[in-house]
Design a protein around this ligand. Structure first.
Ligand code: ADP
Length: 618
């Protein structure tokens, strides 16, 4: 059968163009990427062989062999792992198969210099081979299958695929090196690269050169080594490998437990948020090993989803080696390891929060919104997570804890005030904050989608209730604060009562109530949700996601000290006022909606009223 030629997926072609033309200086990372793939392939085979031992039978010792050939100017990387069949070669090496590479392509800007830097940040997996090779041949035979296949490409838009003759199990990649890539034919250079990037790989990496073969890495799983024997760079490289990430870890946690439960953890908190952090699946990514055999990186029960940003390895000696993925569900050993992970990680975060608050603020910026899901979901750890939580507030720049807030509460203040919305800038302008500002009462500014949910679930911290400033009545009168004298005079009570009655009459069902408030200083009116109703931001979110069909009408609050309201109150007592004030009432309601970012239900009525009012004014 002759070879078949196929086009790369458009994204791959674009990626390859950047890779092959890039002036990226650290081209040596191609070897790290290919060895990492080989190691994954061997892990996969070892796992498959737990249930199908035959797969391993003909070559049980898994390894990678690097063979430089100076005469042919090729470097060959051969593993005896799981291998790929025809479909897999086409699918994996002709399309964007992995999240890391996908992340890379979605970040591409078209600006060459910037995009080249991204190669270092994301890595481009297999395709990095084209940084050093102008032709790549991949021969692969999948474990358990008889037919081997050869994939060939010069990286310029197309590849060919065809049958290969006899081939051992696994994948052999032959790189035909570019002129300027001679260094990768030098055994010493290869040793150095492997030591630098791939020493932690648990698989022997062998160098076949100068007619001898030797193992050039430590070939022991990094997490099984003593902490004292591991350098920070080695941890970092290992993180890059397990996380498919290229940032530096923010926190590295390496511990071993022996006794009742026997396990090793090597966990990382990334320095940058991973791309899939807010995917709806909220998947965790820890890799589970049993006595150094890779089992799965897709185990729901290993870590709660509010710690899904963790990367790294859990190696247990207490699970049977032939544990199936199904058996892992509701497994008591796993449940205890999970508890230990949560305890450790939360403990480390507490230490950081106390000893290195600035560094902790960086973590919070990246993952705070995820940790807050724990406040909502994990009753057991709720209190500790609330203490770890940091907030923006009207107090000023920076992140504050709830303890900071409690320390600044005013005399007579018995609640922790919050306001939630989509952006900090938007919240800063909320009219509902005016009265609190004027009294110097701090309000937490909440902008994460999860905030409304945990607030509903938690309700209080150290005996102080959380209270939204956009829901229920404001109780500012009881709080000691800045002087009241400076305030402008309020409209007389009787007039105000008439005005309120007229507004209610005019607005009818459009509002739940109309009432005066001391929450406002500069604005004439604002909207709030009634006590038993959903807070307004939450209602808007639910509506947006079609989880709420119709929300309850709001309460229109009016500021009795505002010149406009005082004037209207004066008018309210006069004959024939009701008709004239009806338009104003509707306009003020629509104005309050607009300030909230809510739609005006009847825009043409709004326009008509505004025009009529403007006409009278000029
Ligand atoms: P990644 O390795 O991050 O998934 P790559 O582009 O490097 O991304 O590889 C794409 C896919 O090709 C891998 O996910 C894997 O399924 C397959 N693959 C690559 N190298 C090998 C190999 N040596 N053996 C078996 N499969 C491989």
């Amino acid at each position: 059968m002759t070879d078949q030629s196929m086009q790369f997926q458009a994204e791959v072609a674009r990626l390859l163009h950047i890779v092959t033309h890039s002036l990226y200086s650290q081209k040596e990372i191609f070897l790290r990427e290919l060895i990492s793939n080989a190691s994954d392939a061997c892990d996969k085979l070892r796992y498959a062989a737990l249930t199908q031992p035959d797969l391993l039978a003909d070559a049980p010792d898994l390894r990678v062999i690097l063979t430089p050939d100076k005469a042919a100017r090729t470097l060959t990387i051969a593993d005896n792992g799981i291998g790929m069949n025809r479909e897999e070669l086409i699918g994996n090496l002709g399309t964007i198969a992995r999240s890391g590479t996908e992340a890379f392509t979605t970040q591409l800007s078209g600006d060459a210099a910037r995009d080249v830097n991204l190669i270092g940040q994301f890595g481009v997996g297999f395709y990095s081979a084209f940084m050093v090779a102008d032709k790549v041949e991949v021969t692969s035979r999948k474990a358990g299958e008889a037919q081997a296949w050869r994939w060939t490409s010069d990286g310029a838009g197309a590849f060919t695929i065809g049958e290969a003759g006899d081939a051992p199990r696994g994948t052999k990649i032959v790189l035909h090196l570019r002129k300027e890539a001679d260094e990768y034919l030098e055994p010493q250079r290869l040793r150095t690269i492997v030591k630098t990037y791939s020493d932690h790989i648990a698989l022997p990496i062998r160098l076949d050169a100068d007619s001898k073969e030797e193992t050039i890495n430590s070939a022991s799983a990094l997490w099984t080594r003593q902490k004292s024997e591991i350098t920070e760079d080695q941890y970092k490289e290992f993180y890059h490998h397990v996380a498919h990430a290229f940032d530096d870890p923010w926190l590295t946690l390496h511990t071993r437990a022996e006794g009742k439960l026997d396990y090793t953890l090597l966990l990382f908190v990334p320095g940058q948020p991973p791309m899939d952090l807010f995917n709806p699946q909220r998947k965790a990514h820890l890799r589970l090993y049993v006595k150094r055999v890779f089992i799965t990186d897709d185990c729901e029960d290993l870590v709660p989803s509010w710690l899904r940003f963790l990367r790294g390895v859990v190696d247990s000696a207490d699970l049977p080696l032939n544990v199936s993925r199904e058996m892992l569900q509701h497994n008591p050993v796993l449940a205890r390891i999970r508890q230990a992970i949560v305890r450790r990680v939360v403990g480390e975060l507490e230490k950081k929060a106390e000893k290195a608050p600035e560094d902790y603020a960086k973590f919070w910026g990246n993952f705070g919104a995820v940790l807050k899901e724990g406040i909502y979901e994990d009753v057991e750890h709720r209190d500790r997570l609330m203490k770890l939580a940091r907030f923006r507030s009207t107090h000023g720049e920076g992140l504050f804890s709830l303890a900071d807030y409690l320390g600044r509460m005013k005399e007579g203040q018995d609640a922790i005030y919050t306001v939630s919305g989509d952006s900090l800038e938007g919240l800063q302008k909320s009219p509902q904050l005016e009265g609190f500002r004027a009294k110097g009462v701090e309000v937490l500014l909440l902008t994460d989608a999860v905030d409304d949910f945990w607030l509903n679930a938690v309700r209080e911290f150290e005996g102080k209730q959380f209270r939204s400033v956009t829901r229920g009545a404001a109780d500012l009168a009881t709080i000691a604060g800045a002087t009241d004298e400076k305030k402008p005079e309020a409209a007389p009570t009787a007039q105000l009562a008439t005005l309120v009655a007229m507004f209610k009459q005019a607005l009818g069902e459009a509002v739940k109530d109309v009432r005066e408030t001391d929450r406002l200083t500069d604005s004439p009116v604002c909207l709030v949700a009634a006590d038993g109703d959903l807070d307004m931001h939450l209602a808007r979110m639910l509506k947006l996601h079609k989880q709420l069909e119709k929300d309850s009408p709001r309460i229109l609050e009016i500021n009795p000290r505002h010149p406009l309201i005082r004037r209207l109150a004066e008018r309210a007592g006069e004959a024939g006022a009701a008709d004239a004030l009806s338009d104003v009432a509707h306009l003020l309601l629509d104005q309050a909606r607009i300030v909230e970012g809510e739609p005006v239900p009847d825009t043409s009525a709004f326009a008509r009223r505004l025009a009529s009012l403007a006409e009278k004014a000029v």
